[in-house]
Write a protein that binds this ligand. Sequence first.
Ligand code: BGC
Length: 251
Amino acid sequence: MTNIGFGIDVGGSGIKGARVNLDTGEFIDDRIKIPTPQPATPGAVAATVEEIVRLADWDGPVGITLPSVIRNQRALTAANIDPSWVDTDVNSLFHETLGHRRISVLNDADAAGLAEVSFGNPEARSGSVILLTFGTGIGSAFLMDGELFPNTELGHLLVDGVEAEHLASSAVKEREDLRYGQWARERVSPVLREFERLFWPSLFIVGGGISRKAHKWVPKLECSTRVVPAELRNRAGIVGAAMAVDRDLTP
Ligand code: BGC
C-alpha cells in the first residue's frame, strides 16, 4: 500500500500543498496553490492552510513549512514574513483551523534539506553538506551524513557588513536586474566563500526556484567547495513538510 502524506509550503507569494507519496517523493495529484494573503498574519495564513487541506479533501496529518526559525513549535523570527509571527505557538495556531490531527511545523529550508536527502541529489546523503535555497531570502540546511541540524539561518550571516540574503538572494537579483553571471560572481560567490571560510562543508547544494536555471549560474561561481544544484526544486518544501510530520519531527 502506498504511504501517503500531506505537506504545505508557506512562501511569500504563494501557499502550496499536495498529497505526497512518501516512498517516492512524488506528488499524488496536482499541487494546490493559493496566493499568500496580505498581510500574511498567522490567522490569515492558518485560514489559507485550512482551505488547501479542505480542497484536497485530506483528513490525515499535515506538515507545514514557514520561513522562520521554529523551536519547540514556536516561530521565533520573521525576516520576510509578517512581524506578528514572532513568538507564535504555531502548533496551537494550526490546530485551531485544522482540528485534531498530527501537525509538524518546520523551517522551509530545513524541509528542503530533508526532502533532498531522501529523494533528491544523492550527494546530499554523505559528508558535511550545506544546502542553500535562493528565493525572497536565503535559507540554509546543515546536513551531516543526511542528518539535519535545524535552524541554521545562514542567510543572515554578515558578508562584507551586509546580510547574505540582502546581497545575494534571487529577489535581489531581480530587483537590481543583475545578469546570471554577474550575480553569481559578485554576489553569490563572496557569500559562499564566507560560508566555506567558517564551516568548511564538503559540498554546497543550491536550491530554490532559481536552481531551475542552474546551468546559467552555477558554473560561474568562484569558490573552493564543489557546488551542485538541488534536484527537487520547488517540490522540496512540500515533500519535506510531509516527511517531517510522518516522522513526527517537531523542531
Ligand atoms: C529566513 C529563513 C528562511 C529563508 C528562506 C530567511 O529570511 O530567516 O528562516 O529559511 O529566509 O525562506
